[in-house]
Design a protein around this ligand. Structure first.
Ligand code: ATP
Length: 235
C-alpha cells in the first residue's frame, strides 16, 4: 500500500535520511522505531510532502507520489497525525474534528464521520463542546487521531503517539489503535517508545542515523537482546 524506495532527505547539505526502503501492506500495523534524532519525523514529513529536498521514490497504492503536494497526498487517503498532536487548542473538540474534514463539502457526510469517531472515542463525544486545550494529553492525542480520521483515510501515519503520556494512557491509546486496525485501517507509526510499538505492531523497522539497520516481525524483534539493550531502556 505504502512504499519508499531508496529514500534520502536533506536539510540543506545535511542528509537526514539515507536510502530508506520500507513498505506497509494493506491491513498491517507497522512501526518504525529509533532514538531521538534518528530521522523518524523526517521520514513522515518526506512522505507527506513537507520536504522537497529528497531523492528516491514514494509509492501509494502502486502510484508514485514522491513529489505530490500535501493536500493531494491527503486526498488520496493518507491520514497524518503529527508529532505533538497540533490540535487547535482554542477551538472545541467538535470544531477540531470539523477542521479535519476540510476536503469534504457535504455537511451530512461530515456529521456522519463525526458520529463514527465518537463511537470509537466516546470521551470525545462527552467533551465535544469543551475547548481542546483543556483536554488531557491522552484525550488530545485521541482528538488528533479523530481529526485525521475525518477524511476516512486508508492508512494512518502517526508521529510518536505515546509522547508525554503516562503508561496506562499509552496502553489505552494503543488498544484504540488495535480497534482501528480491526476496522480495516492500515497503520504506520514512528515511535521512540520501542517497547509499546513492538508489542502492538505486526512488523517493525529500526532507524538509526537516518538508515534502516534492522527489520522484522515485531514479536521477533522483542526477543532480540541486542536491540532490547540498545532501545528498550529509552522509553
Ligand atoms: P525526534 O524524536 O527528536 O523527533 P526524529 O527521529 O524524529 O527525532 P528528526 O526530527 O527526523 O528525528 O531529525 C533527524 C535529523 O535531522 C536530526 O539530526 C535533526 O537534528 C535534523 N533535523 C531535523 N529537522 C531539521 C531542520 N529543520 N533543519 C536542519 N536539521 C534538521
Amino acid at each position: 500500500m505504502l512504499k519508499t524506495v531508496s529514500l534520502s532527505a536533506y536539510y540543506g547539505k545535511i542528509r537526514a535520511l539515507t536510502n530508506v526502503s520500507l513498505h506497509v501492506k494493506k491491513g498491517e500495523f507497522v512501526s518504525l522505531i529509533g532514538s531521538n534524532g534518528a530521522g523518524k519525523t523526517t521520514l513522515l514529513n518526506s512522505i507527506m510532502g513537507h520536504i522537497s529536498n529528497k531523492t528516491g521514490k514514494i509509492y501509494f497504492d502502486e502510484k508514485e507520489i514522491t513529489n505530490f503536494n500535501t493536500e493531494k497526498i491527503v486526498s488520496l487517503g493518507i491520514g497524518y497525525v503529527p508529532e505533538g498532536r497540533r490540535i487547535f487548542t482554542d477551538m472545541t473538540v467538535e470544531e477540531n474534528l470539523e477542521m479535519g474534514a476540510f476536503l469534504i463539502k457535504n455537511k451530512s457526510k461530515i456529521k456522519e464521520n463525526i458520529k463514527q469517531i465518537y463511537e470509537i472515542f466516546p470521551v470525545l463525544k462527552e467533551r465535544k463542546k469543551q475547548i481542546a486545550g483543556m483536554l488531557s494529553g491522552g484525550e488530545q492525542q485521541m482528538l488528533a487521531i479523530g481529526r485525521a480520521l475525518m477524511l476516512s483515510p486508508n492508512i494512518l501515519l502517526m508521529d510518536e503517539p505515546s509522547m508525554g503520556l503516562a503508561p496506562k494512557i499509552i496502553t489505552d491509546l494503543y488498544n484504540k489503535l488495535k480497534v482501528l486496525k480491526k476496522s480495516g485501517i492500515t497503520i504506520f507509526l514512528v515511535e521512540q517508545n520501542a517497547k509499546i510499538a513492538l508489542k502492538y505492531s505486526d512488523r517493525s523497522y529500526v532507524l538509526e542515523n537516518g538508515s534502516i539497520i534492522l527489520q522484522g516481525k515485531s514479536s521477533e524483534l522483542l526477543n532480540d537482546n541486542e536491540l532490547l539493550r540498545a532501545y528498550l531502556g529509552k522509553e
